[in-house]
Design a protein around this ligand. Structure first.
Ligand SMILES: Nc1ncnc2c1ncn2[C@@H]1O[C@H](COP(=O)(O)OP(=O)(O)OP(=O)(O)O)[C@@H](O)[C@H]1O
Ligand SMILES: [Mg+2]
Length: 332
């Protein structure tokens, strides 16, 4: 293969790059470190988070806010770096690049992202809607399905879409994702235990003892350095974490109910049969599928390797361009 086919999922927390024939070759924090003053790029991805961890004057910026707000400058610089990393210095066979974007990204921002991708060295640049990419990456036969709902649980946002015969026919996007779950855990522990968690500790609680449903086995972990009002080290249980996440989890249910209310009557039976497909990092929260099924009465399955679905589907879509909406590409 002369020209590479590259799919990029530039998310709120993570950036993944999929190369056809090679698989996911980049999976790093969506982070860029600059030198504070002039904004000179010092590092991106994992190197950027390590740089900041060592202190100094570096400032970090993210390319996407709450799943949908794109900062062109940062996104462009990251794309330049990532595409350069994949194709190296050879610029003879420029790659085809597909990027996934959230449904709330505006037309002006889409244009800017396409142009930035072209400047970064693409031969052709395409955009795909995140839920469509998620469904393809989850191995849903999108062009033949008679109705399936995909729920992509990201860090900054959750997108839910009904896909019928290769098209998104209804969509909901809410600014509630994994970051909102972390913030809810922080707020709840501040209220009930009088503590301020260290950065990263709320996410650690979610990952280690979090659950969307009542935990089967109660577990708890002790957080070093976070102390409650009495000064004792802080031990937090799984049911405490579950209770803390209730409100944002309910916001996700409400979004899903709004989407389901948009499902045309004639598609209801198909949707009930084909169910919900969960993707995104948040799909890995224990009990997430059972929780949503209990609340909306539709079976749910978690895609395999859910956090990679959008990136994999974005790359795979380069072989299936009819899933790209009209006007969502840039060819020179
Ligand atoms: N095992 C897990 N349990 C619960 N949450 C998890 C788990 N693993 C990852 N997450 C959460 O998933 C989120 C990251 O998911 P993902 O990489 O899909 O987001 P993103 O693509 O960067 O964000 P967005 O799509 O909103 O721009 C984080 O909030 C992270 O805490
Ligand atoms: Mg994402």
């Amino acid at each position: 293969m002369l020209s590479k086919k590259i799919g990029i999922d530039l998310g709120t927390s993570t950036v993944l790059v999929y190369v056809k024939g090679e698989g996911v070759v980049v999976n790093e924090p969506a982070l860029m470190a600059t030198d504070g003053k002039g904004g000179r790029v010092l590092a991106i991805g994992r190197a950027a988070s390590q740089l900041v961890g060592r202190g100094g004057k570096a400032r970090t910026v993210r390319p996407v806010r709450d799943g949908n707000g794109v900062d062109y400058g940062v996104a462009g610089a990251m794309l330049q770096h990532l595409i350069g990393r994949i194709v190296g210095r050879q610029r003879i066979f420029r790659p085809d690049v597909m990027l996934s974007v959230g449904p709330m990204v505006t037309g002006v921002e889409r244009r800017a992202v396409l142009e930035a991708t072209m400047r970064a060295g693409a031969k052709t640049a395409y955009l795909i809607d995140k839920p469509m990419a998620a469904a393809i990456g989850a191995k849903v036969a999108v062009s033949s399905t008679d109705g399936i709902v995909v729920v992509n649980l990201g860090a900054g946002s959750t997108e839910m879409a009904l896909i019928v015969l290769g098209e998104i026919v209804a969509i909901q996007s809410i600014p509630t994702g994994g970051d909102a779950l972390d913030r809810a855990i922080e707020a709840s522990l501040a209220r009930t235990r009088g503590v301020r968690l260290k950065p990263g500790d709320a996410e650690r609680l979610k990952l280690e003892v979090g659950s969307a449903i009542t935990p089967v086995n109660e577990a708890s972990i002790e957080l070093n350095g976070d102390r409650d009002a009495s000064g004792a080290p802080l031990r937090v249980s799984s049911s405490e974490v579950q209770a803390a996440m209730r409100e944002p989890l309910e916001a996700i249910v409400a979004g899903l109910q709004r989407l389901l209310a948009q499902v045309p009557e004639a598609r209801r039976t198909a949707v009930n049969r084909n169910g919900l497909v969960l993707s995104g990092g948040g799909a890995q929260l224990p009990g997430m599928g059972q929780f949503l099924t209990a609340r909306v009465g539709i079976p749910a399955r978690v895609a395999s390797d859910p956090q990679s679905c959008v990136a994999v589907g974005t790359g795979m879509a380069l072989d299936n361009l009819q899933v790209v909406r009209r006007g969502q590409h840039y060819i020179t």
